[in-house]
Write a new protein. Structure first.
Lengths: 504, 395
């Protein structure tokens, strides 16, 4: 094998004056990029820029910078394109990546602005007045019927379908044990329990260690059916059929055999060391009527006691697809936009397939309302919810709740180096190496994740208060509280949002 | 600008206001003098750009006919509307709505005002496949208001009428000669619009069939309330918050057959913490509240409001759930009085037996006594509803 034509992406340096030679950086690097030769020496090619060593250096003497190597500029043949060609010339393979799309895609959230009260209606101070974020996931009837007894006592006549009560309109997105470490998953599970929200098993089964948190877990049933049995379905708070993922719409998953350790093999119910292949489609779902059968098979399995939802990637015809899913009996629809994250995906898929979540959620919410079936399912928006503001805007566009994956991992230390698929994560998140996974203490991790959700919830309360409403349902679908800057008329029409400067 | 209606109907009008109302539980009628004086006293709460009244029991001679009040801004609008009415309804009587010149009501902005007493043509009603005459009337009102430029139905109930104009409310009352009408429910409203186009139709009350609503406030949840109502076929054409209130009431009370107090807990829902606390004492009732909030999330009216709405059997006063706008209630014999201010009540009745400030979200429900108006099975209940008890101040 000849030398790679691709120069290192990062330049690792340390200040030898202040370096105390503790070698901690060498130990921290999961990539084997550092070694000891009377001083710390870096294999620049191996550094992924995850900054683990830098954060843990007691002398703060490490600096990781982008490699300043200069190529002749070419606006068409960007460095990214050139490097990808070199890589493929070297390997002949599909280029892999991790996490969500990193390109400069338009983020419509950033063109949307929220309203606030001035004079004619008062804003509400969330520190002094109640502010309600409680959200129910699941199917609702179109109307409530009540019985009035002779003594005037009113009682409920309409039976309600199972709904899951969320303390905040936030849930964790599916991340399987396998794609992430058990310590990372347990952090999310413990945080979800403490917060009163949901975590999601992803397609990785339910490990013994997280079973105590199954009561607040969405258990996923994806194309590989890993870890799925009746006990698993009954253990969860809700069941989710995974059709697609925003980062890789239309394609399946591949957990290489090297990562199928004894523990992973038991949890997924597959042979030790075998590749875990999730097929691109679910092989018993080739049509909407097939989906309906699986939805009801799962509802039967859980005695109609839990919501059954469907997760899809946001694609061009998402509104019609979502409508079909609701009519097929799903209790919620999880929409994952093009900027959504992944543990491993071909770059070309991640960066080119699907549509942004803002347009998807707006189109789906409107379509379901036009068809009079919006009450029949909750909508979850995902695919790069980066802040409480993104969450508020997604809710205003029509989402019942948002799902966060990347943000939750960032709170565990992830720096978005995008190398999840290598299984060498120095932060102990996307790896199965016990030396690395033990870097996350789930108690510590749960606290950080819960802090994040509490912070976003507090910010959402501030925004609701500024808008003069004291319940999140008064923002949900209230596009009147959004204004846009710099969007074309067609996009505005799809979003159902007026341009800024237009009043009530 | 939309057709011949000389105002921008695409702009939503925000307004502050004053309101007063009175009702006799025994169905005793009085003329409009007291209510005109009461709302006149609250003139500081309005700005002379809109006032209006609703009165129940005013058309005893045509009590079983739908009474349509129409505003026409062009002769053509009148022609088209009358053609439409001829085609769809049997007209029993029609006439000009009597008025008198009054300072403060500008005749140059005035539309032609006519009223029609009518009922659906039986054959047309059958052909429409609509379940009731009320649905038929509702559709007709929507069609005229949406489709026919320059025509506006501002009242369509039975044995009740709405009267409204640009001017101060007391001037509007004199303009329509309301001291010559008799009624057992009177509801009045004086308006302080902040961006009014000065359109007569923009004044309160807003009516739909027998419902009449007056409203002080701005609905901060307007965007979702409007989209929620659209799912049930309501089109919010007037771009006023109050229209949303009228449609919500129609949906909850008439179409979904919810008792009045239940409908009030939908629009001004109890807090989750109160529902959770109630669950320990009365799980069944807490379950009802939980279901109402889950199912009718889009009908929660958030933001400051005080409303009074009338229907044939009674009247209800309601505040938003944290009482961001004033509302005072009082009782004297068989009369119940509501007003934005205590002074407004004392102007109607100088010596009430009892006067109190209803809490946020706590409806003040007044009904005709059963012997006056026999209760309909699915109608108003007086169940002790909600975790909050009334806070009473005795004078």
């Amino acid at each position: 094998m000849s030398t790679s034509y691709i120069p290192p992406e990062f330049r690792w340096t340390n200040d030898t004056e202040t370096c105390c030679r503790c070698k901690r950086c060498i130990k921290q690097c999961g990539w084997g990029a550092l070694r000891w030769e009377h001083r710390v020496v870096a294999d620049q090619q191996a550094c992924v820029g995850c900054h683990r060593c830098e954060v843990f250096c007691p002398e703060s003497c490490i600096t990781v910078l982008p490699n300043p190597t200069f190529y002749r500029p070419n606006a068409n043949w960007t460095l990214r394109h050139r490097k990808n060609v070199y890589r493929q010339a070297e390997s002949g393979g599909v280029l892999l990546t991790g996490m969500g799309a990193d390109q400069d895609f338009p983020v419509l959230f950033d063109s949307l602005f929220l309203d606030a009260c001035q004079v004619t209606n008062p804003s509400i101070d969330p520190l002094r007045e109640p502010m309600e974020l409680r959200t129910y996931l699941g199917r609702k009837p179109e109307q409530v019927e009540v019985a009035v007894a002779a003594d005037g006592r009113v009682s409920l006549k309409t039976p309600l379908a199972p709904n899951y009560q969320l303390a905040f309109p936030i849930i964790f997105s599916p991340m399987s044990y396998g794609s992430i470490s058990l310590t990372a998953q347990k952090s999310l599970a413990m945080a979800a329990e403490a917060l009163g929200i949901l975590w999601n098993t992803g397609e990785g089964g339910l490990h013994e260690q997280v079973k105590p948190y199954a009561h607040c877990a969405v258990v996923q049933c994806a194309s590989g059916r890993f870890g799925v049995n009746v006990e698993y379905l009954h253990a969860g708070a809700a069941v989710e059929i995974k059709i697609g993922q925003g980062a890789k719409p239309g394609i399946g998953g591949h957990l290489p055999g090297e990562k199928v350790t004894a523990d992973v093999s038991t949890t997924r119910m597959i042979p030790l060391g075998s590749d875990a292949i999730s097929p691109a489609p679910q092989h018993d779902i080739y049509s909407i009527e097939d989906l309906r059968q699986l939805i009801f098979a799962l509802k039967e399995a859980v005695d109609y006691q839990k919501p059954v939802g469907v997760k899809i990637a946001a694609v061009h015809n998402v509104a019609a697809i979502a409508s079909g899913i609701v009519r097929a009996g799903a209790d919620y629809v999880y929409l994952d936009g093009v900027r959504g994250g992944t543990g491993a995906a071909p770059s070309v898929i991640r960066d080119n397939l699907g549509i942004p979540i803002e347009l998807a959620i707006a189109a789906v919410d409107q379509r379901l309302r036009e068809e009079g079936i919006r009450n029949q399912a909750s909508l979850i928006a995902a695919g790069s919810i980066r802040s409480s503001a993104d969450m508020a805007k997604a809710i205003a566009l029509g989402a019942d709740a948002v799902a966060i994956g990347t943000a939750a991992l960032l709170s565990l230390g992830c720096t978005l180096c995008q190398k999840c698929y290598t299984g060498r994560c120095s932060w102990g998140i996307t790896t199965q190496d016990p030396e690395l996974t033990r870097r996350i203490d789930p108690v510590w991790g749960a606290e950080r994740v819960a802090n994040l959700v509490h912070a976003w919830a507090a910010e959402l309360e501030e925004m609701l208060g500024a808008m003069g409403v004291n319940a999140v349902e008064s923002l949900r679908g209230s596009r009147e509280r959004l204004r846009a800057v710099g969007l074309d008329d067609r996009t505005l029409a799809i979003l159902g949002v007026k341009p800024a400067g237009v009043g009530a | 600008m939309q057709g011949h209606t000389p105002f921008d109907l695409t702009a939503r009008t925000l307004s502050g206001c004053g309101l007063s109302a009175m009702m006799s539980r025994r169905g005793h009628s009085v003329n409009g003098e007291a209510i005109i004086r009461s709302i006149g006293l609250l003139r500081e709460r309005g700005n002379g750009l809109g006032g209006g009244f609703a009165v129940y029991g005013c058309y005893p001679h045509y009590a079983e006919e739908f009474a349509f009040h129409l505003m026409y801004y062009t002769p053509r609008a009148q022609e088209e509307t009358e053609r439409y009415l001829d085609e769809h309804f049997e007209l029993v009587h029609e006439e000009h709505i009597p008025t008198r010149p009054v300072e403060g009501v500008d005749p140059s902005t005035a539309p032609a005002l006519r009223r029609y007493f009518l009922h659906p043509k039986p054959l047309k009603l059958a052909e429409s496949m609509l379940p009731t005459a009320e649905d038929y009337v509702l559709r007709a009102v929507m069609e005229i208001n949406v489709r026919l430029d320059g025509a506006y139905v501002f009242s369509s109930g039975k044995n009740m009428g709405a009267f409204k104009a640009v001017g101060s409310a007391d001037q509007v009352g004199r303009f329509y000669r309301l001291e010559e009408y008799q009624g057992y429910i009177w509801i009045a409203h004086d308006r302080f619009p902040t961006n009014t186009p000065g359109w007569w139709g923009g004044a309160h009350p807003f009516t739909l069939l027998d419902f009449a609503v007056v409203h002080n406030g701005e609905i901060s949840s307007y965007g979702i309330n409007k989209r929620y109502l659209e799912q049930f076929g309501y089109q919010c054409t007037l771009r006023t918050d109050t229209e949303v209130m009228a449609y919500l009431l129609d949906l909850l009370l008439r179409r979904h057959q919810l008792p009045v107090d239940v409908a009030c807990t939908v629009m001004a829902a109890p807090f989750w913490r109160d529902i959770d606390a109630l669950a320990e004492r009365d799980p069944e009732k807490a379950e009802l509240y939980r279901a109402l909030r889950m199912v009718y999330a889009g009908a929660l009216v958030n933001g400051p409001f005080a409303i009074v709405f009338g229907h044939r059997r009674g009247m209800v006063g309601l505040n938003d759930r944290i009482k961001l706008r004033p509302l005072v209630a009082a009782e004297k014999d068989d009369w119940v009085l509501l007003s934005s201010e205590e002074s407004g009540i004392l102007e109607m009745c100088p010596d009430p037996d009892r006067i109190w400030a209803p809490r946020g979200g706590e409806p003040t429900i007044v009904e005709l006594d059963a012997d006056v108006f026999p209760a309909v099975p699915s109608a108003v209940t007086r169940a002790d509803f909600g975790p909050l008890a009334p806070q009473e101040t005795t004078r």
